[in-house]
Design a protein around this ligand. Sequence first.
Ligand SMILES: [Zn+2]
Ligand SMILES: [Zn+2]
Length: 103
Amino acid sequence: MSTCEKCWADAYRLELAGKGNQPRIYERLLRERKDHPCTPEEQAGPDAQICLNCKRKTLHQITGQCMNPECKKESSQSDRFKHEPNAEPRRKQAKHDADHHLL
Ligand SMILES: [Zn+2]
Ligand SMILES: [Zn+2]
Protein backbone atom coordinates (compact mmCIF):
# COMPACT_ATOMS: atom_id res chain seq x y z
CA MET A 1 0.00 0.00 0.00
CA SER A 2 1.17 3.55 -0.68
CA THR A 3 2.53 5.53 2.22
CA CYS A 4 0.37 8.13 3.91
CA GLU A 5 2.01 11.36 2.81
CA LYS A 6 0.64 13.28 5.78
CA CYS A 7 1.97 10.86 8.39
CA TRP A 8 5.26 10.61 6.47
CA ALA A 9 5.62 14.40 6.48
CA ASP A 10 4.75 14.53 10.17
CA ALA A 11 7.35 11.84 10.84
CA TYR A 12 9.92 13.90 8.96
CA ARG A 13 9.16 16.94 11.09
CA LEU A 14 9.42 14.87 14.29
CA GLU A 15 12.74 13.46 13.12
CA LEU A 16 14.05 17.00 12.60
CA ALA A 17 12.87 17.79 16.13
CA GLY A 18 15.06 14.94 17.36
CA LYS A 19 12.27 12.48 18.19
CA GLY A 20 13.87 9.47 16.48
CA ASN A 21 14.18 8.24 12.92
CA GLN A 22 11.54 8.83 10.29
CA PRO A 23 10.46 5.26 9.37
CA ARG A 24 10.07 4.32 13.05
CA ILE A 25 8.07 7.46 13.82
CA TYR A 26 5.95 6.88 10.71
CA GLU A 27 5.01 3.37 11.85
CA ARG A 28 4.13 4.70 15.29
CA LEU A 29 1.95 7.46 13.84
CA LEU A 30 0.04 4.95 11.69
CA ARG A 31 -0.65 2.83 14.76
CA GLU A 32 -1.71 5.83 16.83
CA ARG A 33 -4.02 7.10 14.09
CA LYS A 34 -5.51 3.74 13.14
CA ASP A 35 -8.89 4.57 14.68
CA HIS A 36 -8.89 8.06 13.15
CA PRO A 37 -7.05 7.63 9.86
CA CYS A 38 -6.12 10.53 7.62
CA THR A 39 -8.48 11.33 4.77
CA PRO A 40 -7.70 9.91 1.31
CA GLU A 41 -6.73 13.44 0.20
CA GLU A 42 -4.27 13.79 3.09
CA GLN A 43 -2.82 10.35 2.42
CA ALA A 44 -2.32 11.13 -1.28
CA GLY A 45 -0.28 14.23 -0.42
CA PRO A 46 -0.29 17.94 -1.36
CA ASP A 47 0.83 17.17 -4.94
CA ALA A 48 -1.84 14.51 -5.52
CA GLN A 49 -3.66 14.33 -8.86
CA ILE A 50 -7.40 14.19 -9.33
CA CYS A 51 -8.73 10.65 -9.82
CA LEU A 52 -10.82 10.35 -12.98
CA ASN A 53 -12.80 7.56 -11.41
CA CYS A 54 -14.00 9.15 -8.15
CA LYS A 55 -13.24 12.82 -9.04
CA ARG A 56 -11.35 13.36 -5.78
CA LYS A 57 -7.81 14.61 -5.37
CA THR A 58 -6.72 11.20 -4.15
CA LEU A 59 -4.16 9.87 -6.67
CA HIS A 60 -1.05 9.35 -4.56
CA GLN A 61 1.67 11.85 -5.48
CA ILE A 62 4.35 9.16 -5.73
CA THR A 63 2.65 5.87 -6.62
CA GLY A 64 -0.32 7.30 -8.56
CA GLN A 65 -2.60 4.92 -6.68
CA CYS A 66 -6.05 6.18 -5.70
CA MET A 67 -6.24 6.38 -1.91
CA ASN A 68 -10.03 6.54 -1.77
CA PRO A 69 -11.10 3.10 -0.48
CA GLU A 70 -14.56 3.40 -2.01
CA CYS A 71 -13.04 4.07 -5.43
CA LYS A 72 -10.94 0.88 -5.53
CA LYS A 73 -13.94 -1.39 -5.04
CA GLU A 74 -15.65 -0.46 -8.30
CA SER A 75 -12.64 -0.15 -10.58
CA SER A 76 -10.01 -2.80 -11.34
CA GLN A 77 -11.41 -5.92 -9.67
CA SER A 78 -14.72 -6.27 -11.51
CA ASP A 79 -12.93 -5.61 -14.82
CA ARG A 80 -10.45 -8.40 -14.25
CA PHE A 81 -13.25 -10.92 -13.73
CA LYS A 82 -14.97 -9.80 -16.90
CA HIS A 83 -11.92 -10.47 -19.11
CA GLU A 84 -10.60 -13.80 -17.89
CA PRO A 85 -13.41 -16.28 -18.68
CA ASN A 86 -13.54 -15.16 -22.32
CA ALA A 87 -9.80 -15.09 -22.90
CA GLU A 88 -9.30 -18.76 -22.04
CA PRO A 89 -11.52 -20.54 -24.65
CA ARG A 90 -10.27 -18.22 -27.40
CA ARG A 91 -6.67 -19.19 -26.71
CA LYS A 92 -7.58 -22.90 -26.83
CA GLN A 93 -9.44 -22.41 -30.09
CA ALA A 94 -6.39 -20.75 -31.67
CA LYS A 95 -4.18 -23.62 -30.63
CA HIS A 96 -6.63 -26.13 -32.09
CA ASP A 97 -6.59 -24.31 -35.43
CA ALA A 98 -2.80 -24.35 -35.48
CA ASP A 99 -2.73 -28.11 -34.86
CA HIS A 100 -5.21 -28.63 -37.64
CA HIS A 101 -2.95 -26.86 -40.10
CA LEU A 102 -0.04 -29.09 -39.20
CA LEU A 103 -2.06 -32.21 -40.06
ZN1 LIG B 1 -1.80 9.51 7.84
ZN1 LIG C 1 -10.37 7.27 -7.23
